[in-house]
Design a protein around this ligand. Structure first.
Ligand SMILES: CC(C)(COP(=O)(O)OP(=O)(O)OC[C@H]1O[C@@H](n2cnc3c(N)ncnc32)[C@H](O)[C@@H]1OP(=O)(O)O)[C@@H](O)C(=O)NCCC(=O)NCCS
Length: 301
């Protein structure tokens, strides 16, 4: 695990020309947390018994994505990245993934070329955005998955599944909700309206998670696709900010595909600013849930 984690940091630092080692990813953890969430979807490459790279697939029901794919820099351009794509593509087949994708560097011909070989096509940009946490109080009726009794958890997971299914058939992020709960990485905020789940947000908080120190990272959030979706989306973001503030976190991070234009615009209006952007590639070359009226946060990193 430490070797795979080290290569993950070294590969990104090298590609992006970060001179201070490990500065970019600081105490953000992806390798360990994704392996723990589903060891059967974690793959490594070995050369002469040495670990030289890793890749991870994620199952969101009818949707699947992969990453981080990282190879030790002295082994780049030797076909190892391609080899680490094979088991991931086989898993998508096994999972009967309808819409597969990834997030990558839009400016890199190598990255786009590599993934295109596997049938992925470049689509819209995804903006990774952040804002300073303000200590506003949310007015919405919210609960947290961590406070849900064991008996009620299955009901809540079903409600989450029904909500995402209404956005894109078969989309199911139960895996993320369970991973956050089991690994104690943060919490899932549940927003209720008339006793019905109106929206939810899966958040990672602090060091050793996908957020990192001082940060609340909204890994996935969605508002029920109804007429008041914009209002629900706003209340959901309020609730995430309130949770971040209660945990003394100073930064809120969330990614949104710019094809979800209304959500992107709403986040800009709430003072979220893009600090990193990449392109989403999809197989087949279809929008999936990246439509302008979908109020959903995720970034497939
Ligand atoms: C990106 C990364 C995983 C690729 O791994 P790798 O082992 O170097 O890649 P491979 O050698 O298997 O394959 C690269 C392919 O891209 C192709 N390629 C390279 N430059 C290209 C270009 N300009 N246009 C089109 N294709 C190109 C190569 O030809 C090769 O395919 P081929 O062997 O069929 O000719 C690795 O460079 C890495 O770890 N980078 C830093 C971390 C990172 O960016 N990860 C991915 C995040 S999405």
């Amino acid at each position: 695990m430490p070797v795979a984690d080290h290569i993950f940091r070294l590969a990104f630092d090298t590609f992006l020309g970060v001179t201070e080692p490990a500065a970019l990813l600081s105490d953000i953890s992806l390798v360990k947390t994704r392996w723990a969430a589903n060891p059967n979807a974690a793959f490594v490459a070995e050369a002469n018994t040495e670990l030289v790279g890793s890749n991870f697939a994620t199952n969101w029901g009818s949707v699947g994505f992969f990453g981080p794919l990282t190879i030790r820099p002295d082994f780049w351009d030797k076909g190892i990245g391609k080899r680490l794509m094979d088991p991931v593509m086989a898993l998508f087949e096994e999972w009967k993934t309808k819409h597969a994708g990834l997030f990558t560097f839009a400016h890199s011909p190598k990255h786009i070329g590599l993934y295109h070989k596997f049938g992925f096509c470049p689509r819209f940009l995804t903006a990774i955005m952040s804002k300073t946490v303000e200590s506003a109080k949310s007015t919405a009726h919210c609960t947290k998955f961590s406070e849900t009794s064991l008996g009620e958890q299955e009901e809540v997971l079903t409600a989450c599944r029904e909500l995402t299914d209404a956005i894109y058939e078969g989309l199911n992020v139960e895996h993320e909700i369970r991973a956050v709960a089991h690994q104690k990485m943060g919490d899932t905020v549940l927003l209720w309206s008339n006793n019905k789940l109106a929206g939810f947000a899966v958040c990672h908080t602090g060091a050793g998670t996908e957020a990192g120190s001082g940060t609340c990272y909204i890994k996935f959030a969605a508002a029920r696709p109804e007429q008041n979706a914009e209002q629900i989306f706003n209340l959901l973001l309020d609730a995430c900010e309130e949770m971040a503030s209660a945990k003394n976190l100073s930064r809120l991070v969330a990614g949104v595909n710019t094809a979800r234009y209304k959500a992107y615009r709403q986040m800009l209006a709430r003072n979220f600013r893009t600090y990193l952007q990449g392109v989403v590639m999809a197989k087949p070359n279809e929008a999936g849930y990246n439509r302008s009226d979908v109020y959903l946060i995720d970034d497939w990193r």
